[in-house]
Ligand binder design. Structure first.
Ligand code: PGA
Ligand code: ZN
Length: 424
């Protein structure tokens, strides 16, 4: 039973407003959550409510906060809730729009995340355990995917590809993987300085040097992995890319470092990158509207790398089922604020598992100190998380939460199962 609801406009890691919620239960327990916010959003994801007007460049969320204090608080305190699914369904019905644009997806997801914590607290379980029970999965610590070099919409440099991530798949544990990531992150800074490149940061805490060609970024990262004393590759530190191709695709053409590519040429380009560098995962390699391109790319490369749909699937169970039927990818990126509620996020995880898809849980480029995704990835047992660089408070909050979970549960396994990251 929820007896109190509090909401506030706070700032996210980019310095723009977002929503924070506190739910009080009848036993006095307070459950808190705040909404993250993306920059390179998919066309079909749930829609944030922004105030418009002059304040905060129109990005204020006071209307969303007022909706929580008003209609949503009335709903939440009107009855006792048997399950999170019931509560989430009631929020979706109250909103009444497909995109959650009336009450705001930012308002609804924050309430849903806080409510999940309230259910876990009422059950006397840590959030990751409660999530694992809901999904019927055993817990698992993820391979962290550290976004050490930023481009695209997350940085002001000329690099079109958005994310260059390192994944310490060969580490013996999560804590070791975190240390490996930190070592490489610092080795990369040294490399950049040696080459006269800037070490300023992008939105997710990775460096944002003024380079344009993906190969330059990959050469720097491979060199940094070696400088730090690790082995590039799946038995050591593998590389994952999120080009976020929507952002460099117009009218059938992908433009990378000044060169135009058709879909076929893009697939060949990725084939060459995969041959030349220890890349294990490719997220949004093509634009979401390139619907014929995705199955072609997956047929060509899916036996060598994981092909992840982010903007393509927007964490929608229906869109993932379509993707499974059309063999458009081999995995889905999981962002609760794309789905809209925690229950819908669970549905998408279940749809992925049923169809043999992998799943990678993800932060957003605009984040807070909320660590929900850390518990989510452990409970989901999918073994892959991306939460930015191993630096900056809002990014390391998630990794630090995973250190706590590992410390409290030393028997949890580490790493994904059934993905190319485990291939010999
Ligand atoms: P976003 O980007 O949070 O800015 O949408 C993250 C991603 O594309 O994975
Ligand atoms: Zn993405």
């Amino acid at each position: 039973q929820i007896t109190g609801v509090r909401a506030l406009q706070i700032l996210d890691s980019r310095g723009y407003p977002t929503v924070k919620v506190w739910l009080t239960a009848n036993d006095g327990t307070i459950s808190v959550a705040s909404a993250p916010s993306g920059a390179s959003t998919g066309a079909h994801e749930a829609v944030e409510l922004r105030d418009g007007g002059a304040e905060y460049s129109g990005r204020g969320v006071e209307k969303a906060v007022d909706n929580i204090r008003g209609e949503i608080a009335d709903l939440l305190t009107s009855r006792s809730w048997g399950t999170l699914a019931d509560l989430d369904q009631a929020l979706v019905s109250l909103d009444g729009t497909p995109g959650r644009s009336r009450l705001g997806a930012n308002a609804i997801v924050a309430v849903s995340m806080a409510a999940a914590r309230a259910f876990a607290a009422a059950a006397g379980a840590p959030l990751h355990v409660w999530i694992g029970q809901r999904l019927g999965r055993g817990g698992r610590l993820p391979v962290p995917h550290f976004n050490v070099l930023n481009g695209g919409q997350h940085a002001a440099n000329p690099l079109e590809f958005q994310e260059f991530m390192i994944a310490p798949a060969g580490a013996p544990s999560f804590a070791d993987g975190l240390r490996w990531g930190s070592d490489v992150y610092h080795a990369l800074a040294k490399r950049l300085k040696q080459q006269g490149l800037a070490t300023g940061l992008g939105d997710e805490g990775g460096y944002a040097p003024a380079i344009a060609r993906p190969e330059e970024a990959l050469d720097l990262i491979v060199a940094a992995i070696e400088d730090a004393g690790y082995t590039p590759g799946r038995h050591g530190i593998a590389i994952a890319l999120d080009p976020a191709a929507n952002s460099f695709y117009t009218e059938g053409t992908y433009t990378v470092a000044g060169r135009a590519h058709s879909t076929d040429q893009m697939i060949h380009y990725y084939e060459k990158l995969i041959a030349d560098y220890p890349i294990w995962s490719l997220e949004d390699p093509l634009a979401e509207e390139d619907t014929d391109g995705w199955p072609a790319l997956t047929a060509a490369l899916g036996n060598r790398v994981q092909v992840v749909g982010d903007d393509l699937f927007v964490t929608s169970a229906d869109r993932v089922r379509d993707g499974i039927n059309t063999a458009s990818a081999t995995a889905v990126l999981i962002k609760p604020n794309q789905a809209g509620t925690v229950s819908e996020t669970f549905d998408t995880l279940t749809a992925a598992a049923e169809g043999g898809f992998g799943a990678m849980v993800s932060h957003r480029s605009g984040e807070t100190d909320d660590t929900f995704v850390a518990d989510l990835v452990v409970g989901a047992g999918c073994g892959q998380l991306k939460s930015g660089a191993p630096a900056r408070g809002e990014r390391v909050a998630k990794y630090n939460r995973l250190l706590e979970i590992q410390d409290e549960n030393p028997d949890l396994p580490y790493g994904p199962t059934g993905t190319h990251l485990n291939d010999q």
